[in-house]
Design a protein around this ligand. Structure first.
Ligand SMILES: NC(=O)c1ccc[n+]([C@@H]2O[C@H](COP(=O)([O-])OP(=O)(O)OC[C@H]3O[C@@H](n4cnc5c(N)ncnc54)[C@H](OP(=O)(O)O)[C@@H]3O)[C@@H](O)[C@H]2O)c1
Length: 327
């Protein structure tokens, strides 16, 4: 099997904690060519942790002499348009952190470059690659939930440190593009790609000018709704619930189970219920296997469409939302 040569663009926390270790579990699929940072010192410090060659400047990874096939990009969303464009123009596949785009216009432009160059552009909604959700899809397929009446999901956490880029609108900050994006991706997954926005509310911090928490109701063409809520100033929640005509299912740790965690799923119906302890699984390692498969099989269409559908919906939510300004 031919290895893909991967470059890491930015010394991000998520790369250190979860993605680089997951790449290193796939020795036969990937060889890490280098890690680039705005400063050499940071790249070196990071590179030393994983035995990866450090580089100063993100553009260094694009030099033909390095022979990089694919870039993993854990940069803030506000930098994606510029750097994804440069990577694609240099002929590199791109596996990028969520949210991929600031808006639908940017997503369309980036997908059209990826399409014209026949390159992968994949947004890191790794939760879809955790085996726990197979239990849910099996229950739906076997009719045990009955007809789906409602999808509900919440993802939010307590305040971050004040200097976090997630508060900076220039960097693509805001809770919708961060935590809210997971709930939107999950709603698309379970209710389909024909969701439209019925109503949405964004609470915007006047100082930062970025949304701190919010909620929305989406509805598909059959009239089934998704109620989604998210936030940066909330009691921690990370779940979805599907309420059917016969039963209800709740995935308690739907988006961020750690590789050694066994997430719990509750299934309830009229006469009884069960608590399902899913097997521990590493969704980062699993999505990386898909990154490898789709890049080498040149099977890009579903990932391009995923980027577009996610971004169309997020842009609709931003445009249609009621804005409430908070001190
Ligand atoms: N899929 C997931 O489970 C998951 C989880 C957490 C985060 N994420 C996503 O991953 C990305 C990184 O998140 P993180 O929490 O890991 O953040 P982080 O530690 O702050 O990393 C962001 C990196 O971007 C680079 N950067 C360049 N310009 C920057 C600027 N003006 N401000 C801040 N950083 C800048 C920095 O790398 P250098 O200093 O090396 O240049 C920095 O280390 C975000 O898009 C986030 O949404 C995904």
């Amino acid at each position: 099997m031919q290895q893909l040569r991967i470059g890491i663009m930015g010394c991000a926390d998520i790369a250190r904690r979860l993605v680089i270790p997951a790449i290193q579990t796939h020795q036969s699929l990937f060889s890490i060519v280098g890690i680039a940072s705005r400063t050499f010192e940071k790249a070196k410090e990071f590179g030393d942790l994983f035995n990866i060659t450090p580089y100063e400047g993100y553009e260094t990874l694009l030099e033909p002499s390095l022979g990089v096939d694919i870039i993993y990009m854990p940069l803030p969303t506000g930098l994606h348009d510029e750097w994804i464009t440069k990577c694609l123009q240099a002929g590199k596949h791109v596996y990028v952190e969520k949210s991929l785009a600031l808006n639908a216009e940017s997503a369309e432009r980036l997908v059209s470059i990826a399409r014209s160059k026949r390159l992968l552009l994949l947004e890191n909604f790794m939760f879809r690659y955790h085996s726990q959700h197979q239990y849910v899809f099996n229950k739906i397929a076997k009719g045990e939930l009955g007809e789906i009446r409602l999808f509900r999901s919440s993802f939010g956490f307590p305040p971050l440190k004040e200097n976090n880029f997630r508060y900076d609108p220039q960097m693509g900050g805001g809770a919708l593009l961060d935590a809210g994006a997971y709930t939107v991706s999950a709603a698309r997954w379970f209710l389909g790609e024909d969701l439209k926005v019925a109503t949405a509310n964004l609470h915007i911090n006047q100082h930062w000018q970025s949304d701190i928490y919010g909620d929305m109701t989406l509805v598909n063409s059959k009239g089934v709704t998704a109620q989604l809520s998210f936030g940066f100033d909330n009691f921690y929640q990370c779940n979805y619930e599907i309420w059917g005509s016969k039963a209800k299912i709740v995935a308690e740790r739907s988006f961020t189970p750690k590789p050694n965690e066994q997430p719990t799923i509750l299934f309830q119906h009229n006469t009884a219920g069960e608590v399902y302890h899913a097997a521990a699984d590493n969704h980062f390692a699993n999505i990386l296997a898909e990154v490898y498969r789709s890049a080498t099989a040149r099977d890009f269409e579903s990932h391009w469409n995923g980027v577009l559908n996610q971004s169309y919906l997020l842009t609709q939510i931003m445009n249609k939302s009621n804005k409430f300004y908070i001190a």
